[in-house]
Design a protein around this ligand. Structure first.
Ligand code: PDD
Length: 289
């Protein structure tokens, strides 16, 4: 089946879809994006993603290319045309096309909207049963990591460092020794009291939708969530650790640098949290469209 991409008002075969060479997203990374999980053809927490997208746009003073309702229709139509049951929608909005000049274009330009959707394979049994390793890396990013901007070079570099060392993710560490987040995931630990600890939402991290959903699910289950910064040292002595994202869901971390956590297997609380999240996905994905 050929893939279909939405580009500025048209649904096109993937191979024929393109944007202009002077698109500011291409030249300046002047744009924002979202990745939304799809289960059973449904967007998971679509309204929260839409809210975060609008916030990213407004922080960068990029006009929304269309109303939220119209955009939601495009997301769903792209899912439908690509026959995605379980997978992701990728949304990218750039400021638009203008002759290369750093300040915003003087006359208003039309923001460029690209939407793609694809099926994703389920997370492997090995990852679920064995957990993953992370490495630590200095956080060299800018001070507005709350904006889901397409300028991801530091994230690309830390992910590549992780991959070349056989790890799944890199936990970025700020100049005070505190973990901010992974290259494309939020970071969590579980302390000796069984409390979930994750960095509070401010400019140093992305306000992850999976993070937000998991906090709600955990609290509804009677678990205590502490939103505070934790150091790399604290993480290495934590009872359990895990990471969250739209694509990794809830994945156990069993090794940080050379330190093996606990008995080196996913802990019981992380396994419970993963189950809670998977049940939530199954419930939402099982609803009639
Ligand atoms: N990444 N932190 C960063 C830096 C991220 O890029 C992401 C998501 C997250 C988790 O956010 P959420 O739960 O909303 O997916 C945290 C996406 C999946 C990506 O870039 O592919």
């Amino acid at each position: 089946m050929s893939r279909i991409a939405y580009v500025n008002g048209r649904y096109l075969p993937h191979g024929a879809a393109s944007v202009h060479i002077e698109d500011r997203g291409y030249q300046f990374a002047d744009g924002v994006y979202e990745v939304i999980a799809v289960r059973g053809g449904h967007l998971i927490d679509g309204e929260w993603h839409m809210g975060r997208l609008q916030r990213s746009l407004s922080e960068l003073q990029i006009r929304s290319p269309m109303s939220e309702a119209a955009m939601a229709v495009v997301f769903r139509e792209t899912v439908r045309r690509n026959r995605v049951g379980n997978g992701i929608v990728y949304v990218q909005i750039s400021r638009g096309v203008a002759r290369r000049d750093h300040p915003f274009p003087k006359s208003p330009v039309r923001p460029a909207l690209v939407v793609t959707a694809r099926r994703t394979p389920p997370i492997s049994d090995k990852v679920i049963e064995e957990g993953v390793a992370v490495i630590s890396q200095p956080d060299i990013r800018w001070l507005r990591c709350d904006i889901k901007a397409i300028s991801l070079l530091p994230n690309v570099l830390v992910k590549q460092a992780a991959r070349s060392q056989g790890a799944f993710e890199a936990w970025q560490v700020d100049s005070d020794g505190f973990v901010t987040e992974g290259g494309s995931t939020n970071a969590w630990i579980i302390n000796k009291e069984g409390h979930l600890v994750t960095r509070p939402v401010e400019n140093a991290i992305l306000n992850g939708i999976t993070r937000r959903r998991l906090i709600a699910l955990a609290q509804a289950h009677g678990l205590v969530v502490e939103e505070r910064a934790f150091s790399l040292e604290e993480a290495k002595t934590a009872r359990e650790a895990f990471l969250t994202s739209t694509t990794a869901f809830v994945t156990a971390v069993v090794k940080i640098d050379d330190t093996i956590l606990g008995n080196g297997r996913p802990g019981s609380q992380t396994t419970l949290l993963r189950q809670l999240y998977m049940e939530f996905l199954a419930e939402t994905g099982g609803k009639t469209p």
